[in-house]
Design a protein around this ligand. Structure first.
Ligand SMILES: NC(=O)c1ccc[n+]([C@@H]2O[C@H](COP(=O)([O-])OP(=O)(O)OC[C@H]3O[C@@H](n4cnc5c(N)ncnc54)[C@H](O)[C@@H]3O)[C@@H](O)[C@H]2O)c1
Ligand SMILES: O=C(O)C[C@H](O)C(=O)O
Ligand SMILES: [Mg+2]
Length: 484
């Protein structure tokens, strides 16, 4: 079912003695629209003013508006887009935790009282974790160069995505996140800027920075900072893809070791997905980008492509996407819109699995592909099986912040994948439900618990959360974690 993201809001004034609201509704319906909400702005015996939200389906805004305008006694005041309306003035704000009601309060939260807290941190910088927002705050940082699949649209235009990520951090995991978009594409300048702002934060979530710069930026920041640095498009995506694939294989009763997986788009997401799939036991991964299949014999400018070419394509396939997909069990797309042809899908192995994850427009329209695939997933919230990094980043940072992890390592990522996959029980699992919804209340908690355990056992936790203290509960939880 499509969501209301393709909807319009119409403000109409209606002379009820001439035309009834029922007639307006049937005109909208005949024009192909679907009324999903009605707000009465004012009403009296003769006239009424209403805001109606209409899902457009395949119709254009103008077609519906024109039909309404032709009704006698109806004035169409204006048309707006509800998606724009929720963005007015931005989507987040800063809220004080305590009110400042008098001078006494003022002298505690601000000068002079604040000075002794500053000095306590000066004497012991670790106290920043207990006495400032550092404990619970992550910076969501982009340079606007690879925003969704929209490409290099610049830092100002990237802000709505970063604000959205900040909302999700807070609502799903209670993490305070600050969206920051940098007006530079220079790798060194980005690294330097983030290092300078790091003292305020407990973690850095890099977002929508294009490859290959994103690899250098993340690697260097990981080396030079003592807080987790996590490029969401790489690792968040890989964590969720692996979770989705574990469960799709439970549905199709295939084994990771036996299948051929084609990954299209060897950028930030693609490289990390390939690394994680290989780490999870995949033996036959084929990487494809614009020029075709990555092969061992070729030399690439990008050292990561050389690495990918050395570790994939064991059968030495040559050619383009169609050649790679022919007979493959799984297609994972993190490239661009409408690149995968239905004919190619029809030539995949039995029970094909297709994850078309380019945003906002997938590699193939899921409604077209679905009849020919066993498991279909996209990155979008308006189709079943949403494989999107939003399932990972809130929980993984919740876990990392709670145990004050110095980094987010492979063990923690793998623990997050398994936690997501296992949120779907055998009874619940089916072709349309391989991945839990982001609104599933268990998912963030389960990721967080397993990530904390993985951080403790891999030696990067700098604090043991109280519920993990004492050997018994920890032992029990560790045993449970190891069963996965
Ligand atoms: N669903 C999710 O959670 C999720 C997460 C991350 C990225 N994505 C999507 O994946 C896509 C890539 O994101 P990224 O951050 O890796 O970007 P990126 O710019 O780092 O990499 C994109 C790669 O795809 C290749 N590519 C683009 N169009 C192609 C085409 N038509 N054929 C073959 N290759 C093509 C590019 O050459 C590049 O190597 C975007 O659409 C993004 O929205 C989805
Ligand atoms: O933002 C999303 O919905 C997922 C991902 O981070 C993307 O860049 O597409
Ligand atoms: Mg992104």
């Amino acid at each position: 079912m499509k969501s209301s993201s393709n909807s319009i809001l119409l403000r109409i004034e209606l002379d009820q003695t001439v035309t009834t609201f029922g007639e307006v509704a049937s005109v909208v319906s005949r024009a192909g629209g679907d009324i999903v909400a009605i707000d009465v702005i004012r009403s009296d015996r003769q006239s009424t003013m209403r805001d109606i939200t209409v899902n457009l389906g395949t119709q254009t805004e103008e077609a519906i508006a024109e039909n309404i305008r032709q009704l006698p006694g109806v004035v169409l005041h204006h048309i707006s887009d509800p998606t724009f309306l929720v963005h007015l003035g931005g989507k987040i704000e800063v809220q004080p935790k305590i009110p400042i009601k008098n001078r006494d309060d003022l002298s505690k939260v601000y000068t002079p009282g604040v000075a002794k807290v500053c000095m306590a941190i000066h004497e012991n910088p670790q106290k920043a974790f207990t006495l400032t927002i550092k404990r619970n705050t992550v910076a969501v940082i982009s340079d606007g160069t690879a925003v969704l699949g929209l490409g290099d649209i610049g830092p100002a235009a990237a802000m709505p995505v970063m604000e959205g990520k900040a909302m999700l951090f807070k609502q799903l995991a209670g993490v305070d996140a600050v969206p920051i978009c940098l007006d530079t594409k220079d790798t060194e300048e980005i690294i330097r800027t983030i290092k300078h702002m790091a003292p305020a934060f407990g973690g850095i979530n890099l977002e929508d920075i294009s490859s290959p710069r994103c690899f250098e930026i993340e690697t260097r920041l990981k080396q030079e900072l003592d807080i987790p640095v996590f490029h969401d498009d790489q690792h968040g995506t890989a964590v969720v893809v692996l979770a989705g694939l574990i469960n799709a294989l439970r549905v199709t009763k295939k084994r990771m070791e036996d299948i051929r997986i084609v990954v299209l788009g060897i950028g930030a997401a693609g490289v990390s997905i390939i690394k994680m799939l290989l780490g999870a036991g995949a033996q036959n991964v084929v990487a494809v980008d614009r020029h075709g299949i990555l092969t061992r014999g070729a030399a690439y400018d990008n050292p990561l492509w050389d690495w990918v070419a050395q570790h994939t394509n064991p059968d030495d396939l040559q050619g383009g996407l169609s050649d790679a997909v022919n007979g493959a069990d799984v297609f994972v797309g993190v490239s661009g819109p409408n690149v995968l042809k239905l004919d190619d899908v029809r030539r995949m192995a039995a029970d094909p699995i297709v994850f078309a994850m380019a945003n906002p427009t997938p590699e193939i329209d899921p409604e077209i592909a679905e009849p020919y695939v066993r498991v279909m997933a996209t990155g979008r919230s308006d189709f079943p099986n949403q494989i999107n990094n939003v399932l990972c980043f809130p929980g993984i940072f919740r876990g990392a912040l709670d145990c004050r992890a110095s980094e987010i390592n492979e063990e923690m990522k793998l623990a997050a994948s398994r936690a997501i996959a296992l949120t779907v029980s055998d009874d619940e699992l089916n072709e349309q439900y391989i991945i839990p919804s982001i609104f599933n209340e268990r998912v963030v908690q389960s990721i967080r618990d397993q990530v904390v355990l993985a951080a403790i056992s891999s030696g990067v936790a700098r604090r043991i959360p109280p519920e993990f203290k004492g050997s018994k509960p920890l032992e029990r939880r560790l045993t449970h974690a190891m069963m996965f």
